[in-house]
Design a protein around this ligand. Structure first.
Ligand SMILES: Cc1cc2nc3c(=O)[nH]c(=O)nc-3n(C[C@H](O)[C@H](O)[C@H](O)COP(=O)(O)OP(=O)(O)OC[C@H]3O[C@@H](n4cnc5c(N)ncnc54)[C@H](O)[C@@H]3O)c2cc1C
Length: 418
């Protein structure tokens, strides 16, 4: 305890966030032999966003079966408890300093936590109406897809009678099906891009199987209603995403859901001095998932938005293992080279690699749907191709991986071409 009465704790590794990434990170650190691993979660229960995802489709890669979100969270949390992870739930990290001191507010008081290494696993938040600037009145009946999911699945509320969904992200697609189960008529899903932003399996299983229309290259241009939404105006858009005059039509509804993107939750990371990538919204990391701040690692949706929870967990296991190496002082070689985004690539992760690293795997997403694609990783200066794979199909919603078989000595570029 300090003179002012603040409790001070010291732990080898502290994980912030108890979703599928954070739980896996804590397990990864324990399995790498670190005894003292603390996980801090602001919610009263562990599991993160999975607790409200009561549909199945989780765990195919990690558990080799499909289970619901809460089941997936429960298994991971049970493993973490059994394997000796220490939990502080109902505790919110308010601040993180570059020298890895956390300020934490919990029911039993305020404390300072000093960490040998920190793993950021705070997840993401949803983009809102304000962020995309949809004009119109401000009546009741407008929700983000995730908040609607929370109300319906966790609080058993009926949020309306007739709904329109703007954006075809996975959460919106899943909610189109969920609202239909709840007896709410979904009048349509409208997507500004010429392709769906969510996974193909969700378009099939959540819209097509229920006869819910998906209109691409379309958006909501006005919201009408005084106390409650009474209708929305939708319009087609041109190649620059501008509404086409004369294409407007009115759709009666009392509910509008926004599924227009997720934003990594990096306020704490910025406080610690972590540099963020404008392409992912998450930290710039090397191949060990360490950010530019020594001893601070990042994984899951706070690092980049994952399409599947299993990948967030796999990344968590790796972050835990790498943080354990750091704590043991087994980390070497600070000089890094850049991995550049080339033709048709939206982003790549890691964005930097330590010179001499071998067996590095790059995660990437493409900018547009592509067929018969060659993905190449080249040395940027010499154009020498280090690895090349042929893929039948690539879509922007799917994260893909490519492994570099040789050691990395110079700056790289990743490209995709048909
Ligand atoms: C609505 C929705 C539906 C989905 N459906 C599927 C699906 O069907 N199949 C599938 O495989 N994937 C699905 N996903 C994706 C998957 O759920 C995510 O990829 C995964 O949950 C990301 O895990 P995470 O641990 O990074 O983040 P989260 O699960 O969001 O966990 C982050 C945790 O950090 C905590 N936290 C944040 N800040 C602090 C702080 N300052 N102090 C303490 N704690 C903090 C939060 O409370 C939260 O518990 C879905 C995602 C969403 C949003």
């Amino acid at each position: 305890m300090t003179e002012t009465g603040t409790v001070v704790e010291r732990h080898d590794i502290v994980v912030i966030g108890g979703g599928p990434a954070g739980l896996a990170a804590a397990l990864g650190a324990r399995r790498a032999g670190i005894d003292d691993v603390l996980l801090i979660e602001r919610d009263r229960v562990l599991g993160g966003i999975l607790n409200q995802c009561i549909h199945d489709g989780f765990g195919l890669f990690l558990y080799k079966e499909t289970i619901s979100g809460p089941e997936y969270a429960e298994r991971l949390a049970e493993d973490a408890a059994r394997e000796g992870v220490i939990f502080h739930t109902g505790a919110m990290v308010l601040d993180l300093s570059p020298d890895r001191v956390l300020r934490v507010n919990a029911a039993d008081g305020y404390r300072l936590v000093r960490a040998g290494a920190v793993i950021l696993a705070m997840g993401c938040r949803e983009r809102t109406r304000d962020m995309i600037g949809i004009p119109g009145t401000r009546p009741a009946g407008i929700f983000t897809a995730g908040s609607a999911q929370n109300m319906v699945n966790l609080h058993n509320l009926k949020i309306g009678r007739e709904a329109v969904i703007l954006g075809s992200g996975d959460v919106g697609l899943i909610m189109a099906r969920r609202l239909t189960f709840e007896g709410i008529k979904v009048r349509g899903v409208f997507e500004i891009l010429p392709w769906p932003s969510g996974l193909e399996r969700n378009v099939r299983q959540c819209l097509q199987d229920f006869g819910i229309p998906l209109e691409l290259s379309s958006t909501v241009v006005d919201i009408r209603g005084r106390d409650r939404v009474s209708s929305v105006i939708v319009a087609r858009v041109d190649g620059s995403s501008r509404p086409i005059p004369g294409s407007e039509r009115e759709i009666a509804c009392d509910t509008l859901l926004f599924s227009v993107g997720l934003i990594p939750e990096n306020e704490l990371s910025k406080r610690a001095g972590v540099v963020l990538s404008p392409l992912t919204g998450g930290a710039v990391v090397d191949e060990t998932l360490m950010t530019g701040v020594p001893g601070v690692f990042s994984c899951g949706n706070v690092l980049h938005i994952h399409d599947v929870a299993d990948w967030a967990s796999f990344e968590g296991f790796e972050a835990g293992r790498r943080a354990a190496e750091f704590v043991r002082g087994r980390r070497s070689g600070a000089e890094t080279v850049e991995v550049r985004v080339g033709e048709n690539i939206r982003y790549v992760l890691p964005q930097i690699v330590r010179r001499g690293a071998s067996g590095v795997t790059l995660n990437f997403r493409v900018r547009r749907p592509m067929r018969s694609v060659a993905v190449e990783v080249r040395e940027a200066a010499s154009d020498r191709i280090l690895t090349r794979v042929k893929l039948y199909r690539l879509i922007p919603s799917e994260m893909r991986q490519i492994r570099i078989p040789t050691s990395v000595e110079d700056a790289l570029e990743i490209v995709a071409h048909e």
